[in-house]
Ligand binder design. Structure first.
Ligand code: FES
Length: 120
């Protein structure tokens, strides 16, 4: 396992991300609400740059207790969307929303002082 320097923590604002080249391929690191997440930037579908897609909240159907459809809203769950074909990945887990068999490879993020590293 190798440690790869990503950035100074002080250079990262909430909502920022950075793509880093490593010996294991590109890794996308995200910073959201005080937490860091790092995933392979290679989409398991067909190899697209999954971590470079738009970030958004999940769209959910609102269903009343009587099972009638009330419209749509946004959940608190953040995810990013692969720009090639639209697979959506949960920010905290890397799990694909549309297919439970698909998940991005996750990497450990280590912060030492103001330096942030990923273990690949
Ligand atoms: S390559 Fe990512 S959705 Fe197809």
């Amino acid at each position: 396992m190798a440690e790869v320097f990503v950035s100074k923590a002080s250079d990262f604002k909430d909502g920022d991300r950075k793509i880093v080249k490593t010996s294991k391929g590109e890794v996308g690191m995200f910073f959201e609400e005080g937490s860091y997440y790092a995933y392979s930037n290679t989409c398991p579908h067909q190899g697209g740059p999954a971590c470079e897609g738009i970030m958004m909240n999940k769209v959910i159907d609102v269903i009343a207790p009587d099972r009638t459809y009330q419209g749509q809203s946004f959940s608190d769950t953040r995810h990013f969307v692969c720009p090639w074909h639209g697979y959506e990945f949960d920010l905290k887990t890397g799990q694909c929303w549309g297919d439970a068999r698909v998940k991005l490879k996750k990497f450990e993020v280590v912060r030492r002082g103001d330096d942030i590293f990923i273990n690949v």
